[in-house]
Design a protein around this ligand. Structure first.
Ligand code: ARG
Length: 468
């Protein structure tokens, strides 16, 4: 943030009490204009609802209310068109707007703050902003899920190894893997919508912490601003930042998801895996090694998950020790939350672009199904189907794997039936069909499984959920 100095035009709202004022450096330190200037339109929206209510309630004259409302609308237009610039020397967006009003309207401008405080004002502005921005974020999240679900559908039959401990575990499909990602993202969507429902109450009129003795109509301002109701308790209204924590939390979780997906992508893009080919336009090169094609975008998304986790920790730490009600510490909420929201939105859009242009190398993925004995669990389940208790079946299959390794065989199907029978007489010819990767996947068609028809069912459910 650059060192802004107290401005001539933007009045300091609290200067009456103090004979001496903070010097330029101290003033700049406590100023928040560079962060909260993005709340300008919401601040104006809140002020317009407030002045109209003051007029209706007879707290100010109807004429003043109309004059204030008209001027506020004009200021909004001028800010949007760029004719009016936010003054970096103002203390915060609230003093800036009030300053412009007063400069233009004189005493009428001085009436706007009756019955409110910057404490309820900033809480209202922030909630209004989030009601506007979080639905956009949700739309972007949905688009990302849609892109991945389209690919899951395309690759519903594409066989690949599933991993645990980054060791080949069991055959799955790429569709199954991509739906796993989407399931997490759909929960993220739920967390954002959930937070939006809870923050849908209007703090305006809570004042500094104790409401106002003036006959405010809080129902009216809440309604005018599109909130479902005014907040219940004035002190809670200015002290509460649960909604900031919830959104920073939902953001941090979404970023952890993206980070883990990107880790998969980075691995898959390596020569060792070669499961994915990222578009050249979604890759970067090296300044020294001419041959390089690097998955920088995936790495950077993974890296940025550190930021959003950090912002969440920062918010928790900022809040934990502050006494009720408002404390200036709370001003730190916006920089962290805005950064988190900006970060997740940028990452979603980059991730979607990168994934929608990526090509999956099915030969490589299928090739990786040979060599890791991914069919061993199916050997155990084969024996269970023939009546063997699972623990014994597991041990038998493990011994078969050991036999294979001892003889340099890469798959259990390389063993003859006679060799298999030395470990269990239950093995029959049908074992060979049961052990192809395709058969292993097809057999897992129960709820949650990787069989193509089951993955298509999961895709359908997720599509319905995100379109609700
Ligand atoms: N810039 C402040 C914030 O973001 C606005 C509220 C200031 N209130 C006060 N009593 N100093 O929290």
């Amino acid at each position: 943030m650059d060192g802004n100095t107290p401005s001539e035009d933007a009045p300091i709202l609290w200067s009456g009490r103090l004979e001496e004022k903070p010097g330029a450096r101290a003033f700049a330190f406590q100023s928040s204009i560079m962060v909260d200037k993005r709340l300008a339109l919401e601040d104006i929206q809140g002020s317009r609802a407030h002045v109209l209510m003051l007029g209706k309630q007879g707290i100010i004259s109807e004429d003043s209310a109309v004059a204030l409302d008209t001027e506020l609308a004009r200021i909004a237009e001028e800010l949007e068109s760029g004719i009016l610039k936010v003054d970096r020397g103002a203390e915060d967006i609230h003093s800036f707007i009030e300053g412009v009003l007063t400069k233009r309207l004189g005493d009428a401008g001085r009436m706007v703050h009756a019955g409110r405080s910057r404490n309820d004002q900033v809480a209202t502005d922030l909630r209004l902003y989030l009601k506007h921005v979080v639905p956009k974020l949700c739309g972007e999240l949905k688009e990302t899920i849609q892109t991945l679900l389209d690919q899951a559908e395309t690759y519903a039959e594409a066989l690949m190894p599933g991993y645990t401990h980054l060791q080949r575990a069991q055959p799955v499909t790429l569709g199954h893997h991509l739906v796993a990602w989407c399931t997490g993202l759909e929960r993220d969507l739920g967390r954002f919508t959930d937070a939006l429902t809870r923050l849908d109450e209007c703090p305006l009129g809570a004042g500094a912490l104790a409401g106002s003795g003036l006959p405010l109509d809080r129902e009216a301002t809440a309604r005018a601003l599109g909130f479902s109701a005014p907040t219940l308790n004035a002190m809670d209204s200015v002290a509460d930042r649960d909604f900031v924590l919830e959104l920073a939390g939902a953001t941090a979780i979404t970023m952890i998801h993206l980070s883990r997906f990107c880790e998969d992508v980075v691995l898959w893009a390596s020569e060792e895996f070669k499961f994915i080919t990222l578009a050249e336009s979604w890759s970067t090169g090296s300044s020294i090694m001419p041959q390089k094609k690097n998955p920088d975008f995936a790495e950077l998304i993974r890296g940025k998950a550190g930021r959003t986790t950090g912002n969440l920790v920062c918010l928790f730490t900022m809040l934990k020790g502050i006494p009720y009600a408002y404390d200036k510490d709370l001003q730190e909420d916006k920089e962290a939350l805005f950064d988190s929201l900006d970060t997740v939105r940028a990452c979603l859009s980059i991730f979607q672009g990168m994934m929608s242009t990526a090509v999956f190398n099915q030969d490589r993925m299928e090739g990786a199904l040979i060599g890791g004995f991914l069919e061993a669990t199916d050997v155990a389940e084969y024996l269970v189907r023939k009546g063997l208790p699972f623990r014994i079946a597991h041990e038998t299959a493990a011994l078969v794997v050991r036999d294979c390794i001892a003889q340099g065989q890469r798959s259990i199907t390389e063993r003859t039936l006679e060799e298999l029978k030395t470990r269990s007489s239950l093995f029959e010819r049908d074992i060979y069909q049961a052990l192809t990767p395709g058969a292993c996947v097809m057999a897992r068609n129960g709820p949650g499984g990787p069989a193509p028809e089951e993955v298509r069912r999961q895709i359908g459910i997720l599509r319905a959920k995100i379109n609700r």
